[in-house]
Design a protein around this ligand. Structure first.
Ligand code: BGC
Length: 339
């Protein structure tokens, strides 16, 4: 594998791998000359919009020049994104930051990027453990920056469990009757949030009953339709609506209100991400809670990791970030943090 050297990039004498992705600056690396290619799976995704905006701003604040940062919309199509990656390689970018459309395509993506000698930072959609193991085994300049979605699912379940069975078990059948609205099932975030939200209820000693489990693909309008349909079929038995993200929780809320139900009184609703609108809903009681998916810390870590590759400092092959549980108790703090 040839390792591409950026301009006057030094051969590093620094520590081989930074534990965290804090940027390790070297005097003779001119970030303003470095070309960064960024692939986002889909621009219309609310969360990834926050992520990419913060990523671009932070890269510029580190010294990259805006005209050398190119961000492409994969339009939720892996073939489109693969073409964009090929074009970035042909263009000779110095580092790539990739939010894959399909995590299962990571092996192919890694191979072509590594063969081109370009360091690679995956974000948001975590490749498989086997794929991550290859990076370490081959000592490739490839890493993943993201959160552990198990934690967000667990926090969603805990938000409901903390209310207690008496409060949530409105039909008094001794169980938590819920519906689940899932994100794209190819994505581990969706798989883990679905699994671990329910597991947290069970771990708290609660019995659960799944009344409906549907795929909303992270999308508000899709979730709105699905929840309207569930509510019309299962009517009053639904006590909890779990949504794998806030966009879908916002859609769920529209249908909950249209059905004449009231969150906090006769139904409970949780999401993930801490979108502004979701935080407003948590503050006003229209959502029971959400989980802060820290796009600021993740985008900064991704940019810092890119810098560490450019300087030769290198990175660990997994760079994590914690989620934060958000309820009426701490929503004002999170809102203040995000201002
Ligand atoms: C976010 C979702 C987003 C997805 C995109 C997840 O971590 O919670 O809102 O749609 O990433 O991959």
């Amino acid at each position: 594998m040839k390792r591409k050297v950026l301009g006057t990039l030094l051969v590093s004498t620094m520590a081989s791998a930074a534990m965290m992705a804090a940027p390790v600056m070297a005097e003779d690396v001119n970030l303003a000359d470095a070309k960064v290619g960024v692939c986002i799976y889909q621009f219309s995704d609310n969360f990834m919009t926050l992520f990419r905006t913060e990523l671009e701003n932070y890269l510029v604040s580190l010294g990259f020049s805006a005209e050398n940062i190119t961000i492409q919309d994969g339009a939720n199509d892996q073939a489109t994104q693969s073409n964009q990656i090929d074009a970035f390689i042909a263009d000779g970018v110095d580092v790539l930051i990739i939010n894959p459309v399909n995590s299962s395509s990571a092996e192919t993506i890694t191979d072509k990027v590594v063969n081109a000698g370009i360091p690679l930072v995956y974000i948001n959609r975590e490749p498989s453990a086997d794929e991550e193991a290859r990076w370490a085994d081959n000592n490739w300049d490839v890493t993943y920056v993201g959160c552990d979605a198990r934690q967000s699912g667990t926090m969603q379940g805990e938000i409901i469990a903390d209310l207690g069975l008496d409060t949530v078990d409105l039909n008094k059948n001794g169980k938590i009757d819920y519906i689940m609205i899932e994100g794209d099932p190819e994505n581990v975030d969706a798989q883990y949030r679905t699994e671990f939200s329910v597991k947290a209820l069970q771990d708290a000693g609660l019995e659960v009953e799944c009344l409906d489990d549907q795929v909303g693909n992270w999308d508000q309008a899709t979730a709105q339709n699905l929840v309207a349909n569930s509510l019309s079929m299962k009517a009053d038995d639904i006590e909890v609506v779990f949504c794998n993200n806030d966009a879908m929780a916002l859609g769920a809320l529209q249908s909950i209100e249209a059905a004449g139900r009231t969150v906090g009184t006769d139904i409970f609703l949780v999401g993930v991400d801490a979108l502004d609108e979701a935080l407003e809903n948590v503050a006003s009681g229209k959502m029971t809670g959400t989980v802060f998916n820290d796009h600021i810390s993740q985008s900064h870590s991704a940019a810092d990791a890119a810098v560490n590759y450019l300087t030769g400092a290198g990175n660990e092959h997994y760079i994590g970030c914690d989620y934060v549980k958000v309820t009426a108790d701490n929503v004002a703090d999170i809102q203040a943090q995000l201002k």
